[in-house]
Design a protein around this ligand. Sequence first.
Ligand SMILES: Cc1cc2nc3c(=O)[nH]c(=O)nc-3n(C[C@H](O)[C@H](O)[C@H](O)COP(=O)(O)O)c2cc1C
Length: 163
Amino acid sequence: MLDPKAYRDAMSEIASPVHIIATDGPAGLAGMTVTALASVTDQPATLLVCVNRQSPSAPRFLKNKAFSVNSLGAADQKLADIFAGRTDEHFAEKFTHGLWRKGATGAPLLEGALANFDCRLIEAKDVGTHHILIGEVVAVARRDEGAGLLYHRRAYRRSDDEL
Ligand SMILES: Cc1cc2nc3c(=O)[nH]c(=O)nc-3n(C[C@H](O)[C@H](O)[C@H](O)COP(=O)(O)O)c2cc1C
């Protein structure tokens, strides 16, 4: 088996857009910063996101059966840190930062994100340490201007940065 650190080091070479995924419903509010996201297909519009099973927020995403993806702009680095647990705020406390409105699925949508994807959870698969959450996108919104926030070589960057 490949050394996990060698794998993570190689992955750190890939510049990835930073998103906050968020959920609300019977299991309560939760949100977390992620980069492990991919589009699956546009018919029906479907995406996937990988969530660590150890993450305290993970069960809320599974039980609420809905989530949003909010792609961050370059100015949202502080928000990314808050939703990555780097400021010790949890669950509903995280949502006192940023402007949030409720989407059609009940999931919170971040105002001013580069793009919002409101998703119904249609499938969850476990692979190793992570849940793969597969969402059907029921609504989108987009900003259409400004640089995005990337994570590259373990640091935040702007999508219009020179390296
Ligand atoms: C740039 C960045 C990207 C991250 N990407 C992921 C990811 O794709 N999946 C994941 O499970 N955690 C990811 N994390 C870690 C979670 O944001 C962190 O564990 C968070 O505290 C989880 O929220 P919780 O403590 O409320 O469960 C990432 C963190 C950062 C800073």
